[in-house]
Design a binder for this molecule. Structure first.
Ligand code: MRU
Length: 361
């Protein structure tokens, strides 16, 4: 997608060098950083310079490729795999990408690993783009159905949570891909952007992306969604996911569950957009998904731009109040209207998931 009219991916390769947009500086600065070594790749994922389930997977793949460039021995392959896997626990794309890379590399002589690893990482990144564009096309049909039901009574209002846009993937995004496709198709729409405390991925990243692509939107506080739904101001919810189980339970950014409950109570369709590498076929019950516990300082402090333009963190709680920071929650399948995948829209149910298993990446 574009920044100031120029096409970007969220991670890209130039010759043998790998670059990312450091998302901790957005929306106020577009800072581009090189992943020079394995340590830089693990740091980028852990400290959320890159984030979003598909992008975490692609970055891990490139991280393993960079590690092979440094030392392609069996021991280093195992150590790099473990170091990357330990960066973040919830998004299953991380494990998916690493296992795919290791599956290929373990069968090759060490001399062939560096080149093969770079090729495979690039393949994973390119596939992610194609997958997300397909999600966009399937999601566009969902949006068209809502438009038809609304019978030209004003724009359709879509609520989204966190950032599942192009910078959460290699390109296009998951939840935002149908929105970009709908804008391309000339559909009149407006997006409610949940701010998504504590790290404000909605306010900082989704609003930045939508603004750059001319998508009408308003940022709302996290607690506003239910109220807007009661007033008839939300026609559709679309969110992303970090891990969806084989029975259709959806793990996503903290606060997603409450939006799904409110959507159900108000009869509003609640869709989840996901690439099939986000499906954890080994788990049925979403409550078994490991939920990342992050630093309390993300709750007690907020990052922003000061009046002098500098990046600042301010304390918003009493200095001694403890805080708890669960980064994700689980929305049970019964609250999900449908899953928008690259192979089509399916029911969030064991049968729905089973119907696409043979076509899944
Ligand atoms: O903690 P983050 O910013 O990595 O969480 C991101 C999300 O929860 C996204 O909604 C999810 O990864 C889907 S991204 C296409």
């Amino acid at each position: 997608m574009k920044i100031d009219g120029k096409n970007y991916r969220s991670i890209w390769q130039e010759n043998d060098r790998i670059w990312i947009i450091d998302q901790t500086f957005l929306p106020h600065e577009v800072k581009i950083t090189e992943l020079q070594d394995l340590a830089a790749a693990t740091f980028a994922i852990r400290e959320m310079q890159v984030r979003g389930a598909p992008l975490i997977g692609a970055t891990a793949a490139y991280g393993l490729a960079i590690a092979m460039r440094e030392n392609a021995s069996d021991t280093n392959l195992a150590d790099a795999f473990d170091a990357l896997l330990a960066t973040r626990p919830t998004a299953v794309n991380l494990r998916w990408a690493l296992e795919r890379m290791r599956g290929l590399l373990a069968n090759l002589p060490a001399t062939e690993r560096p080149a093969a690893a770079m090729t495979e990482a690039a393949k994973i990144a390119n596939e992610d783009i194609a997958i997300n564009e397909a999600i966009g096309n399937h999601g566009l049909e969902v949006i068209r159905t809502i438009v038809a039901a609304k019978k030209d009574q004003g724009p359709i209002n879509i609520l989204t949570h966190c950032n599942a846009g192009w910078i959460a993937t290699v390109d296009w995004g998951t939840a935002l891909a149908p929105i970009y496709k709908a804008i391309e198709a000339g559909i009149d729409l407006h997006v409610w952007v949940d701010e998504t405390r504590p790290r404000n991925q909605g306010a900082a990243l989704t609003a930045w992306e939508l603004g750059a692509h001319g998508v009408p939107h308003h940022v709302i506080v996290d607690n506003a969604g239910g109220h807007l739904m009661q007033r008839g101001l939300v026609d559709l919810c679309i969110v992303g996911t970090d891990r969806t189980t084989a029975a259709g339970d959806v793990c996503n950014k903290i606060g997603t569950y409450l939006k799904a409950v409110a959507a159900k109570d108000n009869g509003i369709p609640f869709y989840v957009a996901l690439p099939t590498p986000t499906i954890d076929w080994t788990i049925e019950d979403g409550l078994q998904i490991p939920i990342e516990q992050r630093a309390a300082t993300e709750v007690t402090h907020v990052w922003g731009q000061g009046s002098d333009g500098s990046r600042q963190s301010v304390l918003v709680t009493p200095a001694k109040s403890p805080a708890r920071n669960d980064a994700f929650d689980v929305t049970p399948a019964r609250l999900v209207t449908g899953l928008i995948t690259e192979v089509g829209v399916i029911d969030a149910s064991p049968t729905g998931l089973a119907s696409i298993r043979k076509d899944a990446a």
